[in-house]
Design a protein around this ligand. Structure first.
Ligand code: BJW
Length: 252
């Protein structure tokens, strides 16, 4: 049985504007590796070897193969109860913004609609020369970074270290953080900027800040409430408290 504070019990049914930031931890229960945990991706690879444009220029095949490998794993993965619970919360609240650092698209597949993807989506590629975005299947091949029609190399349409986040998406995320009454930071180590600043911005602007994580993070000392445990279990507890129905049917 998950214990929520009296503050949260009062706010959960009362709030009208709710925002959520998710990180790799929400997808861990779908079998996807996190970045910095014990089995995290960065335990095996160094970020600068894989998740930067310099890395791509230095060794496009290595970076391409890594993303193709993750795309293959993602094909087998399914949204988990945490993703479905967030979709149920979106249906309940008049204004609900789901901000995610994840590139796996699992929130959409669980039925969430108002999703801000801060770091892009692994499903797409874009040309490093003309910037054209594509998700044509033939480009998801194992050939080294297949060429765009313009002749440029294709790369995954994700945000690497040192790159700017999509401006409109980031602005929308800040607006949601600045105007919400309740903010949840879920399954993120809150290390990577600027995403990690969003929970603190929300709190500075008056929101009640709740962290859901297996362990303490960079922001744990600055939140109003910590719910320690797996995201799926705790989010199901929240929707149960609100008496909501969770639809566990994947949408395309
Ligand atoms: C569970 C669980 C369960 C597990 N239930 N919980 C200011 C200060 C210092 C540095 C910077 C700064 N501003 C910018 C920077 C540089 C850099 C940065 O932040 N570096 C840090 C390492 C310090 N940021 C950038 O470069 C960003 N760009 C930028 O700021 O542009 C402006 C600029 C340009 C030029 C110069 C300067 C500024 C871009 C960041 C892009 C991040 N990209 C990646 C890869 C995406 C593509 C891909 O997937 O391959 O995004 S890195 C990786 O980290 C990925 C993630 O989205 C991101 C965040 O990770 P996340 O989600 O928090 O995962 P983990 O693994 O860290 O944590 C998982 C958590 O889940 C853990 O806490 C577990 O306990 C928990 N958990 N199971 C609940 N079941």
């Amino acid at each position: 049985m998950i214990e929520f504070s009296d503050n949260l019990k009062r706010l959960l049914p009362e709030a009208r504007k709710v925002a959520v930031l998710t990180g790799a931890g929400i997808s861990a229960e779908s079998g996807l590796a996190t970045f910095r945990g014990a089995d995290g991706i960065w335990k095996k690879f160094r970020p600068e070897e894989l998740a930067s444009f310099e890395a791509f220029q230095r060794n496009p095949q290595l970076v391409w193969d890594w993303y193709q490998h993750r795309r293959q794993i993602l094909k087998q993965a399914r949204p988990n109860p945490g993703h479905f619970a967030l979709a149920a919360l979106e249906r309940f609240y008049p204004e609900f913004t789901l901000i995610t650092q994840n590139v796996d698209g699992l929130h959409h597949r669980a039925g969430s609609r108002n999703v801000l993807e801060l770091h892009g989506n692994i499903r797409y590629n874009k040309c490093i020369v003309c910037g054209r975005r594509t998700d044509r299947e033939e480009f998801n091949s194992n050939a080294v970074t297949p060429a765009c029609d313009c002749g440029g190399k294709l790369r995954p349409d994700v945000v690497w270290f040192g790159e700017f986040l999509p401006e409109k998406v980031l602005n929308a995320a800040y607006l949601a953080a600045q105007t919400c009454q309740l903010f949840f930071a879920i399954g993120t180590s809150a290390i990577v900027q600027p995403a990690a600043s969003l929970p603190l911005v929300a709190r500075q602007c008056g929101a009640y800040l709740v962290e859901i994580n297996l362990e303490g993070t960079e922001i744990s000392g600055m939140v109003d409430e910590t719910l320690t445990g797996s995201a799926g279990t705790i989010l199901l507890g929240l929707v149960e408290y609100l008496g909501l129905t969770v639809e566990s049917v994947e949408s395309k």
